[in-house]
Design a protein around this ligand. Structure first.
Ligand code: F6P
Length: 323
């Protein structure tokens, strides 16, 4: 193997540049040429490819986002799209590919592998919903962004004796809401994985008010149903029952930006270097993963066999800490 490619795909996050840098620097150390593919699988289909050097990735560690750009690419879900991608890879004489992304992107990586092309994946999504790895690139930085927001909102919630709904990202996975709820000292955490009724929520808020709490922080994953907006309307119409007046803050895309935390930079560097090495060592069809703080290679079919379950230990802990 003389030349590999690297791309970032799907939702971005602050650790991507550290990972790209590690793939390039490890690849160069292994005597490889490293080609950067812009805009994820979309750029692969369009042949937006250029060589990366050690200098190309200098000074990017602290920058959020991805110097390669990223995109979501529905065309790639079709065999015709994947065939075009293989044509492009051959045209550029790329012999192996590192795909940095979440479940959707890693599924694309697995499909390329199944078509006979060496691909190694790197789990990268703030949702932390990739199975087979303790965590993913971007999670730690997103959590710190959320906790900073919770601390700030708690100040004003206390001043005004208010209940605040704080919505985090996490379409299908409640990890960000649960982890930030624990770290932020929330009174209530709502996640897609656990059904919580309006009555249960109302009872908890009323209990917090009666216990004399100066505020009530409710962290809600965007994937929780029936949704943060509907809950805010419901609670606002029952203010006399719950005691607190209610406000809503959606954190949105600030959770995807910023400068990567030290933990994310180290994780991204470890996994990116392992992925480049994995291509050379014949670990195509695997994902570089973290297991008990050791880097390991997990078969992509295993990593994509199911969605990551929410920790029941952390869920139980959150229920106790809400008191
Ligand atoms: O997958 C990560 C994520 O940030 C989700 O938490 C969020 O719902 C989604 O991406 C947003 O997708 P997009 O960036 O395409 O709007």
């Amino acid at each position: 193997m003389k030349r590999i490619g690297v791309l970032t795909s799907g939702g971005d996050n602050p650790g991507l540049n550290a990972c790209i840098r590690a793939v390039v620097r490890e690849g160069l150390d292994l005597g490889l040429e490293v080609m950067g593919i812009r805009r994820g699988f979309a750029g692969l289909l369009d042949g937006e490819i250029a060589q990366l050097t050690a200098r190309s990735v200098g000074g990017i560690m602290s920058r959020g986002g991805t110097i390669l750009g990223t995109a979501r690419c529905p065309e790639f879900y079709e065999v015709s799209g994947r065939r075009e991608a293989l044509r492009t890879l051959n045209r550029f004489e790329i012999e192996g590919l590192v795909v940095i992304g979440g479940n959707g992107s890693l599924t694309g990586a697995l499909e390329l592998w199944r078509m006979g092309f060496p691909v190694v994946g790197v789990p990268s999504t703030i949702d932390n919903d990739v199975t087979g790895t303790d965590t993913a690139i971007g999670v730690d930085t997103a959590l710190n962004t959320i906790i900073d927001a919770i601390d700030k909102i708690k100040d004003t919630a206390t001043s005004h004796n208010r209940a605040f709904l704080i919505e985090t990202m996490g379409r299908h996975c409640g990890y960000l809401a649960l982890a930030s709820g624990i770290a932020g000292g929330a009174e209530i955490v709502l996640v897609p994985e656990v059904e919580t009724t309006y009555d249960e929520i109302t009872d908890k808020i009323e209990a917090a008010y009666i216990r004399g709490k100066p505020h009530c922080i409710i962290v809600v994953a965007e994937g929780w149903k029936p949704g943060t907006e509907a809950l805010a309307e419901y609670l606002s119409s029952r203010q006399e029952t719950v005691g607190f007046s209610v406000r809503l803050t959606r954190l949105g895309y600030v959770q995807r930006g910023g400068s990567a935390s030290a933990l994310d930079r180290i994780l991204a560097t470890r996994l990116g270097a392992a992925a480049a090495r994995g291509l050379v060592e014949g670990h195509g069809g695997h994902m570089a993963a973290l297991a008990q703080n050791a880097v390991t290679m997990v078969p992509l079919p295993d990593a994509l066999s199911c969605t990551k379950e929410l920790s029941s230990q952390m869920w139980e802990l959150a229920q106790v800490m809400e008191r």
